[in-house]
Design a protein around this ligand. Sequence first.
Ligand code: FE2
Ligand code: FE2
Length: 167
Amino acid sequence: MAEPQSAAKEDAISRDRLAELLNEDLSREYQAIIAYVVYSQVLSGAQYMGIAAQLEIHAKQELDHALILARQIDYLGKMPAVTPKPVRTSKNPEDMLRYDLDNENETVRNYRDRIRQCEALGEYAMAEQIRQILMQEQDHQIDLATALGIEVPDVSGPQGRPRPKRS
Ligand SMILES: [Fe+2]
Ligand SMILES: [Fe+2]
């Protein structure tokens, strides 16, 4: 394989560990469902009407993601998690959107790792399913950053591949 050796080592992962990590992802999906259900209904003010409607769509997509993950975890022979990560709330609309964006950033970072880990285990179909989820999570990031009037954060951390500079 053309992977650099350090990345290959980093990806040395067992199927059990992958199932554990997917359960963490599932807990993040539950968190996202709850946050989007609540935020989409309590965001008020004319300037937030567009984004509130988008958050309702996100809520349904996060449920689809949870179902896909639960199926993969079951396939790996483990019991899917039942607990969401904690959901932060605020009366301030901008805070709510920032919490969502923080969570999406964390989610994107994790799915990028997960795709590499699935592939390291030869689970190419699972990697493909997560790639499809990742595409939607990146759209969520864009929706939220746009609503906040900011650039989409660069979440390519030490484990991520460097993002090519735009010229
Ligand atoms: Fe999701
Ligand atoms: Fe999302």
